[in-house]
Design a protein around this ligand. Structure first.
Ligand SMILES: [Zn+2]
Length: 430
């Protein structure tokens, strides 16, 4: 579950220009080349599985990974990933560097850069490493980046995904793992990802164990590489700070400021909200474990355990310098914030983030232009009755009050009103 709808590093956002936003048709050739390589590697990986495991177990594992690779392929075709060489080569270089000092790490990873603003990285288990653009935007330097990568590489060497799959297959033998039939959720881009998450979160206790062993092996990889060890813990601390941030909020006055336009006056009715007071929030919150709401659970525990197990961390110094190369990538990733929402068709969240930017920078041209684009997308969706796909429903138990106010506003708008807003703002770039 996503806790934050406004990405917190937004505050650090340098003002960007909309000129950097192109739908990435130029990526087509790279995407095609990647898909060919990905297919070959997937087949090799599945073949190795067949060798290592036998009988029913091998068949089921291969079946799951084959279907999983198909969903990833579909997600790639759906442009969920960026094939910007700067991010891909950088990540590849870092993996190779860490592997060069730690010979047990494989080097034939398929690297995917997700157009996702959440600071995170994943290892799908078949030597596919996914790094979110949001991770580049969020981290301060390459040491923190290498720390996260080391941790993900450790998951691969420890074969955590395969082991989890085997446990799951043994647990629900009669129930088939319905990988390929995974239902599409509100957003059509979540397919492979939702599957991976359902696997990851299926057993919290085991997950915690896996995280701890990946932290530990990852630390050893990282240390061997000669990187400043304090930064390893720092990377976890930053992710923890991200999770701990208070609920997102934008002031209700922003609606009148942004949506009272020369071609259409603001209507107070747009802000009307349904009365959700019948929901007992506390009751709901107590029912859900706090950790399960977090993107990165257990972080406090894991940080303390690392400090306990590696006393040398107490006397080591943080290196807070960033190389020009990392800074460049980090800034590029920040510029992609709103375009990422557009390309991954999270139009509602994109508009919400535009409003957050406009609160601090009311005249920011690029943001106004993106706002226009996003409203045009919402208009198209409204006309074809597909708005549900791009704009969240109101869920009082899961969303902040501010986000509920936003969703109410969006759902209250009439189709022509949406059109007028889109038309007005799309001209902002000029
Ligand atoms: Zn992990």
């Amino acid at each position: 579950m996503k806790k934050l709808y406004i990405i917190v590093f937004l505050l650090l956002l340098k003002l960007f220009s909309a000129q950097n936003f192109k739908i990435d048709t130029a990526d087509y050739a790279k995407r095609k080349a990647f898909l060919e390589l990905y297919k070959t590697r997937g087949e090799q990986f599945n073949k190795a599985l067949k060798k290592k495991y036998s009988g029913q177990e091998a068949r089921e594992l291969v079946n799951v990974f084959t279907n999983f690779q198909k969903s990833v392929t579909e997600d790639i075709k759906d442009k969920m990933y960026s094939f910007d060489d700067r991010f891909v080569s950088y990540t590849k270089d870092r993996v190779n560097y860490i592997a060069s000092k730690n010979p047990t790490i494989p080097t034939d990873f398929s690297i995917l850069i997700a157009k996702d603003n959440e600071p995170n990285a994943y290892n799908f288990g078949d030597k596919t490493l996914v790094v979110n653009l949001g991770l580049f935007a969020f981290l301060n330097n390459e040491f923190e980046f290498d720390a996260i990568i080391s941790h993900e590489l450790a998951h691969q060497t420890l074969e955590h995904t395969i082991k989890k799959l085997i446990a799951k297959l043994n647990n629900d033998k009669d129930k088939k793992l319905e990988v390929s039939n995974l239902k599409r959720s509100g957003n059509r881009y979540d397919k492979a990802f939702e599957l991976y998450k359902s696997l990851l979160y299926s057993n919290m206790k085991q997950r915690r164990k896996n995280e701890i062993s990946a932290d530990s092996l990852g630390f050893s990889y990282y240390k061997t590489t000669g990187l400043p060890i304090a930064n390893y813990v720092q990377s976890l601390q930053l992710l923890k700070d991200f999770d701990d941030k208070k609920e997102d909020s934008i002031d209700v006055s922003i609606y009148k400021k942004v949506f009272n336009i020369p071609t259409q006056s603001f209507k107070e009715d747009w802000l009307k909200m349904e009365d959700f007071s019948k929901y007992n929030y506390k009751h709901y919150q107590e029912k859900v474990s706090q950790d399960s709401l977090k993107t990165h659970p257990d972080l406090e525990f894991r940080i303390n355990l690392l400090k306990k197990n590696y006393p040398e961390l107490a006397t080591s110094n943080l290196n807070s310098q960033a190389s020009p190369q990392f800074s460049l990538l980090s800034n590029l990733a920040k510029e992609r914030l709103i375009p990422n929402f557009i390309e991954s068709e999270k139009y509602g969240q994109g508009i919400y983030n535009c409003l957050a930017i406009l609160e601090d920078n009311p005249d920011h041209k690029a943001t106004k232009y993106y706002l226009g684009l996003l409203f045009n997308k919402i208009y198209d969706a409204r006309k074809t009755y597909t708005l549900n796909r791009y704009l969240d429903k109101i869920e009082p138990t899961k969303q902040s009050r501010s986000y509920q106010q936003f969703l109410s506003f969006m759902w209250n708008l009439g189709v022509d009103e949406i059109k007028n807003i889109g038309q007005y703002y799309e001209k902002s770039e000029n």
